[in-house]
Design a binder for this molecule. Sequence first.
Ligand code: CA
Length: 220
Amino acid sequence: MIIEDEEKIARFVELELSHEGYTVTKAFDGRTGLELAETGQFDLIILDILLPQLSGMEVLRRIRRTSSVPIIMLTARDSVVDKVSGLDSGADDYITKPFAIEELLARIRTALRKTKPEETEVLSASGLQLNTGSRTVAVMGKPVELTKREFDLLHFLLKNKGIVVSREELLERVWGFDFSGGTNAVDVYVRFLRSKIDEVFNIKLIHTVRGVGYVIRNEK
Ligand code: CA
C-alpha cells in the first residue's frame, strides 16, 4: 500500500510496482491509510510524512502498536529530523523525494526479505480475516479489537475450521495446562467473541455443537 496525498506520485509508484508484479492499494490521506493498514492485509507500506488528516509519523506510530509490517517512509530531501524520528518510531527504511523508482524497488525488495512470510498466516471465514503476523482481525475490512485471549481462541478455532473442538481441548490449547478455572471460561470467551464479531457484523461465525464444543464452519 502507498499512503501519499500527491496523487501523481501515488499513481506513478502504483504503475511501476504493478509492472513488477506487485498489487498496489493507494490511500491519499493518513486516516484512510491507517484504517486500511489495520486490516493487516498488506505486505509492505510506503508512507509519506506530510499527509492530510493524520501525519505520516502518527500513522507510523499507530500501525506499530499492533503490527510489524515493513514500512518505508517517504521524506522530503534533507529532512534529517524526519528520517531519524521515522526510524526511531519503527520505520524500516526511508527514501527521499524525488527518488528514482529503481531505488524504491531495491528498498522494497530488501524490506520484504527481512520479513518472514512463512510465519504469517491469514485465516478467513465468513468475511472475517485473521492475520497471525500483525495479530489483527478484520471483518469486511473493518478492524475488530480483541484481547490476547480472545485472539488466541479465535485463532485456534480458525486453524481447525470445519472441525468441532471440545471445551476441554480449547481450554488445554488456548489457556494451557496450568489454568485452574473450569471449562465455562471457554463459554465466557466465546460469548465475548460473539458480542464483538457475530453481533456487530451480523454474521454467524462460531457455532455451538451441543454437548460437544464449538466450530467455525467452512464457507458454503
Ligand atoms: Ca505529502
